[in-house]
Design a protein around this ligand. Structure first.
Ligand code: GLA
Length: 334
């Protein structure tokens, strides 16, 4: 092998190992746009969907998307360093901790990396939203639609309000999650539900196991209640709560639960042969949160077109009865 071939082979080997093209391995290729997308929980279907749609944008516009989970502060910091060394010029992030804003902006500014926050918003030391570019859901409105939907369904089943209680799975450290459960509570009360019969079950961590155990604890404090409405910050929380009601021997006839996300966690409940208590969910748009954010970031880097500072997205109620049509309409059917 002559010297040039050996050099090429070595470069190709390096490219294979690093997953980079040789010319871009030091981040100096000005033509190739690279965008990083970090999420707080890569196991959750919502985030997998966001990545899927972001990749669609990458394929369409011809940029490189690097997706990585970042489940705590340390992972976020390490990943940003890694992304920088791979030549990434823009970061989209759903942060695992909302208080990381100052540290993250310091790093991305230092690296000349553009920053776009999605889903969960950074807050400053006083808990106020940090003014970074952001796409999130219209959390309070969406929470309210959960409350209204639950009340309407309970009314259509002619439930006796004196037998019914409501459990809300909360996680108030994150504003977008707090606004959802507060919105649901407000709407239930506005529709005439007794506020004293709405019990918040705070989650120490927003996951399925914790949702299940705090629901079981809340139910056991109210043995007089035989029928439950369930709402929460997302599908994971609501499905976790429903598992606890099943453990307690309740069925879809005794419990009406409505999630938020319209992700696999609730769709798989709709697909079961007999209905579970997961009656509905508000379908959000992982397409907007993935495809649109990635496209906006690409245009910002490639064309200098700065995205809107804030984009709030909407949701739509789906149930066992209409989910197939709506998913197809929204371009989300598999
Ligand atoms: C938060 C939740 C996710 C999803 C997104 C939507 O990050 O944890 O489940 O609802 O918001 O923006």
């Amino acid at each position: 092998m002559n010297k040039i071939l050996v050099t090429l082979a070595a470069a190709a080997g390096l490219a294979l190992m690093t997953g980079c093209t040789p010319s871009a391995s030091n981040g100096s290729d000005s033509d190739e746009v690279k965008i990083g997308f970090l999420v707080k929980d890569a196991q959750e279907d919502w985030f997998q969907q966001e990545w899927k749609f972001a990749q669609m944008a990458a394929d369409e516009h011809g940029f490189t998307l690097i997706t990585q989970p970042a489940e705590d502060a340390e992972a976020v910091m390490t990943q940003i360093d890694n992304l920088n060394s791979r030549g990434v010029k823009g970061l989209i992030i759903c942060t695992p901790e909302v208080t990381l804003g100052a540290a993250v902006t310091l790093k991305t500014d230092g690296y000349g990396m553009k920053l776009f926050t999605v889903d969960d918003r950074f807050v400053d030391a006083d808990g106020n939203a940090l003014d970074t570019h952001y796409m999130g859901i219209s959390a309070r409105d969406i929470g309210q639609s959960v409350g209204h939907a639950l009340h309407e369904e309970m009314t259509s089943r002619s439930w006796d309000p004196s037998e019914v209680g409501a459990i809300g799975l909360t996680f108030d450290e994150i504003a977008t999650l707090k606004d959802r459960t507060e919105g649901a509570k407000e709407a239930l009360i506005a529709d005439g539900f007794d506020g004293n019969r709405i019990f918040f079950a705070p989650q120490s961590k927003p996951n399925i196991e914790v949702a299940s155990s705090v629901t079981a604890a809340t139910m056991s404090q109210h043995p007089e209640i035989t029928k439950w409405l369930i709402f929460g910050n997302n599908d994971v929380a609501v499905v976790g709560a429903v598992r606890a009601t099943e453990q307690a021997g309740l069925t879809a006839d005794d419990v009406i639960a409505c999630g938020i996300n319209g992700s696999a966690e609730s769709i798989s409940e709709f697909e079961r042969e007999s209905p579970t208590a997961v009656w509905g969910t508000i379908l959000l748009s992982p397409k907007q949160h993935g495809y649109d954010t990635a496209t906006m970031m690409y245009k910002w880097i490639a064309d200098g077109e700065e995205p809107a500072r804030e984009t709030l997205t909407q949701g739509r109620l789906i149930t066992r009865d209409n989910y197939k049509e709506v998913l197809a309409e929204e371009g989300l059917a598999e």
